[in-house]
Ligand binder design. Sequence first.
Ligand SMILES: [Zn+2]
Length: 137
Amino acid sequence: MGNVKENFQKVLEECTALYVALGATAVIGHVIAQQRAGNPMYDIVTYRHCPQCEAGQPNLMDTCLVCGSSTIVLEEEEKETISYMMAESAEVKARVEFIIKEIRTMNLDGETVQHILEETGMDDQMRSQLSGEVNPY
Ligand SMILES: [Zn+2]
């Protein structure tokens, strides 16, 4: 296989040029056609929300193939929502992620989650947070 970065550049140029000439639908059609034809450069194209286009677009290496802007912004916005505690300590973050994983694999129902919140004394805080009260640190 050739240089991944070079290939990526080529795909991006092809797609953004198509967008300028014919619009986003043409880019999506082109991607689908190339994937059907088995073009390996298009194999790893996925669809992701692009904050610039404000729409789901073909995406390659965190770049929107329609407007060429980075789609990684969305992930950074998500990171901002992690709590102060999590940002402060990598250990806390790892443990929180562990708990989330446990809860996911256990397939808990709403009542059980409520029970956990009550047992840990977090139910009142949850109630106020879910009702939209913003709690500035
Ligand atoms: Zn875009």
